[in-house]
Ligand binder design. Structure first.
Ligand code: BYC
Length: 316
């Protein structure tokens, strides 16, 4: 029996990708494909889990029982998204414990957006509308990515994100129909969250070292800049619809390109944030570490129960 060379296997792998086939955990894959997926999926899972913190900050201060219930459900959904994606990442041969350790030690990245503070109730609207809105643009495409477990996780996640997006927009639309102070609060929130939301799509294409591989392997279907543009084109009319002004004097419709032109993004701020120097980086990591150590008894109890159950099954 002839053994295929690594080169031959890679060639066949790429042919499968080019034909639009889905790669499953037991299929042969290049080590770099596996590593890139672990990097991207674990960052995504961490983002969902850290993303619970800025919104969790407002659960006790939501302005009505209805708003509190909705926010609780949303934050719980984000926790669930983290768990699906950690499970998806485990299919690549890495344990969730290992991934969580990388987050808690500060080695792993998570989305830059969650290093900004939630200063007012309107920020909960802005997160739903802009942050979940950006996530939908990115993740709808990831639902067609080449790795089966990641793509499948995205289908359910996107359904829930659509609901999150609508609840955020509804919070802002309600505030914009309110008094002057409420409208000012909504506008102030958008002034602070607009640019960081654009940064969620990652650096511009020329500064994106991972994109070439990810596009070739159809993990990414569009580049960072293409998805950012798609998000802007969708979001500007929604802002106009409820009377919000986006804080970019260069933002204008371009008849020729049929897209909105927009002003320069502050990439220096982005790189500061992803390298640990954002407003809330330290606070977020501290909160995660505290939750992890305070949850140790739950993990121990679950392990003890699993061992006891396994022992009983062997005895029977
Ligand atoms: N933040 O080569 P590039 C949510 C890093 S959560 C931090 O373009 P890539 C939600 C990048 O990792 C949604 N780091 O990278 C939750 C790389 O560093 P390393 C989260 C970023 O992977 C709760 C370096 O910059 N969504 O929706 O090709 C409540 C160079 O970048 C960021 C996902 O995670 C960033 N924004 O493209 C509400 C989606 N951008 O690893 C809502 C899945 C870049 O080489 N991920 N970096 O050290 C992706 O689609 C891609 O990973 C990205 C970046 C587009 C984010």
């Amino acid at each position: 029996m002839s053994v295929k060379s690594e080169q031959q296997l890679e060639l066949e792998f790429q042919q499968r990708i080019d034909k639009g086939e889905v790669i499953e955990p037991k299929d042969w894959m290049p080590e770099r494909y596996r590593k890139q997926l672990i990097r991207m999926m674990s960052q995504h899972a961490h983002s969902e889990v850290v993303g619970m913190l800025p919104e969790g900050n407002w659960i006790t201060r939501a302005p009505s029982l209805r708003r509190k219930c909705v926010l609780l459900a949303k934050v719980q959904d984000e926790g669930g998204h983290g768990l699906y994606i950690y499970s998806g990442t485990e299919t690549l041969g890495v344990s969730r414990d290992q991934l969580v350790e990388e987050l808690n030690s500060g080695k792993a990245k998570y989305s830059s957006i969650f290093n900004y503070p939630t200063l007012s109730w309107a920020d909960i609207g802005a997160i739903g509308w802009l942050v979940d809105g950006a996530a939908i643009v990115n993740q709808t495409v990831l639902a067609k990515c080449s790795y089966g477990p990641y793509a499948r996780a995205m289908v359910r996640i996107c359904k829930e994100e659509n609901f999150h997006h609508k609840q955020g927009y509804e919070i802002l639309a309600t505030l914009m129909k309110g008094n002057e102070e409420q409208r000012a609060m909504a506008q102030d929130s958008i002034n602070r969250w607009w640019w960081p939301s654009l940064m969620m799509f990652g650096p511009s294409d020329k500064d994106s070292p991972n994109s070439a591989d990810l596009l070739r392997w159809k993990v990414k279907r569009y580049s960072n800049d293409e998805l950012r543009q798609r998000f802007i084109d969708r979001t500007v009319p929604q802002a106009m619809n409820i009377g919000l002004t986006l804080p970019d004097p260069d933002l204008k419709w371009n008849e020729e390109t049929q897209h909105y032109d927009f002003g320069p993004i502050n990439w220096e701020e982005f790189f500061q944030v992803i390298n640990g120097h954002g407003i809330c980086n330290k606070e977020r990591l501290k909160a995660r570490k505290k939750a992890h150590s305070e949850g140790a008894w739950v993990r121990e109890a679950a392990t003890a129960y699993a061992h006891k159950k396994a022992g009983k099954m062997i005895a029977a």
